[in-house]
Design a protein around this ligand. Sequence first.
Ligand code: TXA
Ligand code: MG
Length: 319
Amino acid sequence: SQTLPHTRIEAATPAFVAEAGAMLRAGQLVAFPTETVYGLGGDATNDHAVAAIFAAKGRPSFNPLIVHVAKIAEAETLVRIDARARALMAQFWPGPLTLVLPRAAGSPISLLASAGLDTIAIRLPAHDVARAVIRAAGRPIAAPSANRSGAVSPTTAAHVGESLGGRIGLILDGGPCRVGVESTVLDLSGPAPCLLRPGGITAEQIEAVLAQKLSRPTAHSAAPKSPGMLESHYAPSLAVRLNAATAANGEALLGFGPMACTRNLSEQGDLEEAAANLFAALRALDDPAFTAIAVAPIPENGLGCAINDRLRRAAAPRS
Ligand code: TXA
Ligand code: MG
C-alpha cells in the first residue's frame, strides 16, 4: 500500500472492499474501479455524501451523477423501468450502458445526485470490484469519474491518486480499466430514445435491440438535459489538435493504425484497444517537453464515436 496525504491506495482485497463499504455507509467517499473508468463513489441516498463528491471533484455546477447498483432488482425501487429499458438491461447489464429513467415514487436517491431533475441515470457495472463495493455498502452508489472536474478521466488507481490524492480517504486498486471510456448514456425518459453520451456500448448495438434509430440531443435540448455535456472536458494541460496527418514541430503525435508516431492508440487499428488506451495516452503525452498533442484521425463508427467525442471535448476551447 502507498500513502498520499490522507489518501490510501489499497489492493481491492475482500478486507478493503468491506472497509470501503463501511466508509460509504458512514457517508465517506471511496474511489473504486469499474470496467469503464475509476469512479468516485458516495452514498447516493445521502445528500452530504453527494455534496462531498461535487466538492472533491471541484465541479463548478451540480451536474447530475450516475447511480450504480449491483443487481437489476435494486433498480426497481429507484426508477420506473419500461419495456425498452428492460430489454436493454437484459442485453447489456452488467456493462457500460447508463439509462436515464423517470424517478420512481418514493425513490430514496438524493435530489442533489439527480440535480433536481425528475429523472435518474442508473447503471449496473460489469467490474467485480465495483459490484462488490456496492454490495458491501448495501445502498446505491453515486459515482462520477474519479478526477478533478474537466480533467482527463482515470483508468488506473495511480491516475486517481494524481487527481484526488489528499481529497478522499481511500482508493481501491483493481488494475487498469478494460473498456477505458465512460458508459454510454441513453435517455429513455421520453418517447424517442436519445443518445446523450456515446460510450462503451455503441449506438449500433442499442439500435439493434430497440429496432429503432437513436435520436441525438440538439444543442438547445442538451443544455437543460445534461448540464456540462457540451463544455470543454477531458482536457490535458496541452492543446489538442485533431485529424492530424503528421506532427508539427514540437508536437507529440498520438497515432491510430500502422504509422510513425509518439504513441499509438492501436497499431492494429482496433477501436476497442484504442478506447482502452485513450486516457492513459493523453496523460502520458501531456508533457511540457511537447508544444501540443496532435491526434491522427479515428474512424467515426462503433467505439470510434465515443473516442472522437472525448477527443473533441479535449480539443474544445477552454474557458
Ligand atoms: O462509465 C461511467 O459512466 C463512469 C463510471 C464511474 O461508472 N461514471 C461517469 O459519471 O462517467 P459522470 O458523472 O462523470 O457522468 C455522468 C453523465 C453526465 O454526462 C451527466 O450529465 C449525465 O450522465 N447524467 C446523469 N444524470 C442524468 C440525468 N438525470 N439526465 C440526463 N443526463 C444525466
Ligand atoms: Mg467525468
